[in-house]
Design a protein. Sequence first.
Length: 79
Amino acid sequence: MVVHVRLYATLRRPSPDGPQNRLSVDLPDGATVSDLLARLGIEQSADHVMAILNHRRVGPDHRLQPEDELHLLPPISGG
């Protein structure tokens, strides 16, 4: 199944044309957010990435569906 991913800030991927923030990832049926993060080589701790699907936060055990669009954000802090 193909899942579409949008990467933000420091999670963007380098490319010759500048940072890439949209990816389509082929995963086995039944794959979870955790499986996707592992495929992308992203640290899976809740302190390192927030996953948003359909305008709500989902956890690492959430099962993905074909054509889902998952937004991945690094931790946000300010002062």
